[in-house]
Ligand binder design. Structure first.
Ligand SMILES: C[S@@+](CC[C@H](N)C(=O)[O-])C[C@H]1O[C@@H](n2cnc3c(N)ncnc32)[C@H](O)[C@@H]1O
Length: 231
C-alpha cells in the first residue's frame, strides 16, 4: 500500500532516462544540479529566498519543460522573474543545465522530478504564472487518470497561485482540451484570461513554440493554447 501522498501520485510521465548520458552531460548534472535544485526539506519561503538571491519580482513555474526551450526563452526575456522548471526526464534536465550555462542565466532553478510534491510544498499564493505545455497525452481511456491536468492538480495550482496570476496550458489532444476546460470550469478558481489573443488557437508573441508543438503541427494536429487567470 502507498504510504505517502507522493507514492499515491499515479505516474504522469513516460521515461526518466533516455540515451546513456555522455561524460560531459553526467558531469554537468553532478556539478550544476545540486546548486540549481530546490530543496523540499526547507520551508518553501526560506528556500525560495535562498535560491532567488538577489530577490526576484515574482516566481513562475513550468511543469514538464521537456527540452527546456520555452523555459530558457522565458528566463532570458524576463530577467526580473525567477523561474522554476520541473522535469523528471534526465535528458531534458541536461538540456536545461546546458542552456543555463551557455546563456549564463541566474534566474532559473530546476526541480528534476515530478512536479506534484513541489506543488504541495509551495506556499499559498507564491507563484505568479504557471506553464503546462503539452502534458503527456495518455490517449487510451484507461490511462486518462494519469493525465497531469485534473481537478486535483488544478486545486493545488489554485492554492499556490496568486490572485491575478496566469495559468497557461497547451495541448494537441482534442478530448484533453475539452477535459481541461471542463475541469477549470468545475474547479471555479480560474477564469479565461482576457490578456491573450482572444482565441485558443493562437499563442501570442510572449509564448514561444516548444519542440512538442512543432512536432504536433508537422503531424497535422490542431493545438489549443489556454490562458486562465487565478480569480
Ligand atoms: C509531451 S512532453 C512536452 C514537453 C514540452 N513541454 C514541450 O512542449 O515540448 C511532456 C513532458 O512533461 C513531463 N512530465 C510529465 N509528468 C510530469 C510531472 N508530474 N511533473 C513534471 N513533469 C512531468 C514529461 O517528462 C515530458 O517531458
Amino acid at each position: 500500500m502507498p504510504s505517502t501522498q507522493s507514492e499515491r501520485d499515479l505516474r504522469s510521465y513516460g521515461r526518466r532516462r533516455g540515451r546513456r548520458l555522455s561524460t560531459r552531460q553526467a558531469a554537468l548534472l553532478e556539478r550544476d544540479l545540486p546548486r540549481l535544485a530546490i530543496s523540499l526539506s526547507q520551508p518553501s519561503q526560506v528556500e525560495l529566498d535562498r535560491v532567488f538571491a538577489p530577490p526576484v519580482a515574482e516566481v513562475w513555474l513550468e511543469i514538464g519543460f521537456g527540452g527546456a526551450e520555452h523555459l530558457i526563452w522565458q528566463a532570458r526575456a524576463n530577467p526580473h522573474v525567477g523561474l522554476i522548471g520541473c522535469e523528471p526526464f534526465a535528458d531534458g534536465v541536461v538540456k536545461a543545465l546546458s542552456a543555463i550555462e551557455a546563456a549564463n542565466l541566474s534566474n532559473v532553478r530546476i526541480h528534476a522530478d515530478d512536479a506534484r510534491p513541489l506543488l504541495r510544498w509551495l506556499s499559498p499564493a507564491s507563484i505568479a504564472r504557471t506553464f503546462i505545455l503539452f502534458p503527456d497525452p495518455w490517449p487510451k481511456k484507461r490511462h486518462h487518470k494519469r493525465r497531469l491536468v485534473s481537478q486535483a492538480s488544478l486545486a493545488e495550482l489554485a492554492r499556490i497561485m496568486r490572485p491575478g496570476g496566469e495559468l497557461r496550458i497547451a495541448t494537441d489532444v482534442a478530448d484533453y482540451a475539452q477535459a481541461i476546460l471542463l475541469a477549470v470550469e468545475q474547479q471555479q478558481s480560474f477564469r479565461p484570461s482576457l490578456a491573450g489573443p482572444g482565441d485558443w488557437g493562437a499563442r501570442g508573441s510572449d509564448w514561444p513554440p516548444t519542440r512538442y508543438e512543432q512536432k504536433a503541427l508537422l503531424e497535422g494536429r490542431r493545438c489549443s493554447f489556454f490562458r486562465f487567470q487565478r480569480i
